[in-house]
Design a binder for this molecule. Structure first.
Ligand code: ADP
Length: 163
């Protein structure tokens, strides 16, 4: 089976990456897809986010990277994915995620949503927390892949963590 892992990934965190790694052990293929949400103004361009994900997942066989701007179930169909993969960090994620899962099920009953519990040590991590820390010059090396740390330093005009 193939899974679609959709999200904003603005930017990709080690929590996202943990989910991708575990997903790639469960499925023959995992398509990580950046949702182009017209309602959100991302900090990183689509191309930057795709590059960040490609760089961080290069070691994972079976992982593909894409983007979409329509219905998730529609894109799942295009990718040949039977499962939508999502992460659950805490109770606060639950209500929103359940709402999307039920909506997607009502749109296409053949596509199942599968939730993986976030690794405990990543359960506090979110893209917005990472941006907040980086904005004020905090160290984000334990929160994001190295390439993303470089992009964050550049975004907030800080000296790059790799010199
Ligand atoms: P969205 O805007 O679609 O919520 P995100 O990029 O914030 O996009 O998240 C994409 C998916 O990754 C969601 O299922 C979310 O619950 C999950 N996720 C977010 N942060 C983490 C984390 N730290 N660990 C594991 N999964 C996470």
């Amino acid at each position: 089976m193939r899974a679609l892992y959709p999200g904003s990934f603005d930017p990709l965190t080690l929590g996202h990456l943990d989910l991708i790694e575990r997903g790639s052990g469960l499925f023959e293929g995992v398509v990580v897809a950046v949702l182009q949400n017209p309602g959100k103004r991302p900090a990183f361009s689509l191309e930057q986010r795709l590059e960040q994900i490609r760089g961080a997942t290069a070691h994972l066989p079976g992982v593909e990277v894409g983007s979409f701007d329509g219905l998730t179930v529609e894109y799942a169909r295009q990718c040949g994915a039977q499962v939508i993969l999502r992460g659950l960090r805490a109770l606060s994620d639950f209500e929103f995620e359940l709402q999307i899962a039920h909506t997607n099920k009502s749109l296409d009953a053949r596509v199942e949503t599968l939730f993986l519990a976030t690794a405990v040590h990543h359960s506090f991590l979110s893209s917005s927390v990472v941006k907040e820390v980086a904005r004020f010059g905090g160290d984000v090396a334990h929160m994001v892949p190295p390439g993303v740390a470089v992009d964050l330093a550049r975004l907030f005009n800080r000296s790059s963590p790799q010199g």
